[in-house]
Write a protein that binds this ligand. Structure first.
Ligand code: NAP
Ligand code: G4F
Length: 331
């Protein structure tokens, strides 16, 4: 007998991960719904063009009723909670909003599942947890058992969402899993994040449109992977018989200086010292200096591993930005 088509609801459909995950699920023949907020969301057209097969459903993580209605309408087998205020720097400026959307938003969605699924155990849940939970790291590399010490309102909000997900799993038997994902990037990454800021500005410098890149803390180190690889891990978590929490990471860390080396080299510039300025506006009140993840459990249980190297990732992003900036110039 043919298997019924699976249904998935993604919050954060307009974000980087939302689009890659939707593509993956569509390739697996899912019926995909995307939660979209606002009465005239500026990213709606982008999603409609890139993902015409995705049905957009209005809703907001701050509005419980809209989440209940979305679940009732979509009747999903899988719910991926990717929606969040996800920019750490913004979370210092708007901590209450971050707590509401990034923290309480997850609780509202879990409650909505509890109400709509009514203990049937049909709706599986994925929570987008983060390496920001480790903050002031207690051990290196970080794994699923490393204690959390978040260093930003974003990290604290994500800790609340993480523990709520674990609590709903243990209290109500919901198939709810947390992916503790280290930084993952792509040509679709928002321009506010450091990789995309660098690759887009390097492209503009190459084309003579800009002279300098203003940056904050150049000493940070991150475990950077490719978003297209990471969404496969999210899906794998929800295919397991038992829900659980997993670290997804490359197991390598690189500095902002290495990021600059690779990006500038890709456009033929070896010495970038005159093209980068430290700007206090981009420093944070507290910082996570060093992140490096241990993805052993994900490899062993899910068979997942990161497939794209740091160099391949940054080169891919610079190439994408050169194309974009050149197209804009040609108009
Ligand atoms: P992103 O590009 O910043 O996307 C965030 C999404 O959240 C957007 O679609 C945004 O929609 C949505 N959103 C914001 N406020 C909302 C609200 N009130 N109601 C519903 N949706 C709302 O983030 P991403 O990089 O794709 O990351 C996806 C998730 O993984 C996030 O939860 C992030 O915190 C987490 N994460 C990311 C990384 C990473 O390195 N990328 C690592 C670990 C964890 P609008 O377009 O309407 O604003
Ligand atoms: O690219 P970032 O803004 O990413 P951050 O703070 O690591 O957060 C991202 O990854 C998390 C996973 O660990 C996600 F949970 C989160 O949602 C988000 O996707 O900054 C990376 C590093 C930081 O140490 C920052 O201080 O780069 C440093 N940095 C230095 N100059 C800068 C800049 N970051 C930004 N955004 N802009 C700068 O000019």
């Amino acid at each position: 007998m043919a298997q019924a088509q699976k249904r998935a609801l993604i919050t954060g459909i307009t974000g980087q991960d939302g689009t890659y995950l939707a593509e993956l699920l569509l390739s697996k023949n899912y019926q995909v719904y995307g939660l979209i907020r606002g009465q005239n969301n500026p990213k709606r057209a982008m999603v409609e063009q890139l993902l015409p097969a995705v049905e957009l459903v209005e809703g907001d993580l701050s509005d419980m009723g809209s989440l209940v209605a979305a679940l009732e309408y979509c009747q999903p087998d899988e719910v991926y909670n990717l929606g969040a205020i996800s920019f750490v720097a913004l979370s210092f400026k708007q901590p209450e909003l971050t707590g509401d959307i990034t923290g309480l938003g997850a609780l509202r969605l879990l409650e909505a599942i509890r109400i709509i699924d009514g203990g049937k155990g049909k709706m599986r849940f994925y929570q987008a947890s983060t390496s920001e939970l480790y903050g002031k790291v207690r051990e290196t590399p970080q794994n699923e058992l490393t204690p959390f010490h978040p260093r930003s309102p974003y990290g604290v909000a994500k800790a609340y969402a993480h523990y709520m997900t674990v609590n709903y799993r243990e209290s109500y038997g919901i198939h709810a899993s947390c992916g503790i994902l280290f930084n993952h990037e792509s040509p679709r990454r928002g321009h506010e994040f450091v990789t995309r800021k660098v690759t887009s500005m390097v492209a503009r410098i190459k084309l003579g449109l800009q002279k300098e890149i203003p940056l904050g803390n150049l000493d940070s180190k991150r475990d950077w992977g490719f978003a297209g690889d990471y969404v496969k891990g999210m899906w794998l978590m929800l295919q397991q018989d038992e829900p659980d929490d997993y670290v997804l990471a490359t197991g390598e860390t690189h500095s902002i200086k290495e990021l600059l080396d690779v990006a500038f080299k890709e456009v033929g510039i070896e010495d970038w010292s005159e093209s980068v300025k430290q700007d206090p506006r981009f420093m944070r009140p507290a910082e996570v200096d060093l992140l490096i993840g241990d993805p052993t459990k994900a490899k062993k249980v899910l068979g997942w591993q990161s497939e794209t190297s740091f160099e391949e990732l940054i080169k891919m992003m610079v190439k994408g930005d050169l194309e974009l900036e050149s197209q804009k110039l040609a108009k």
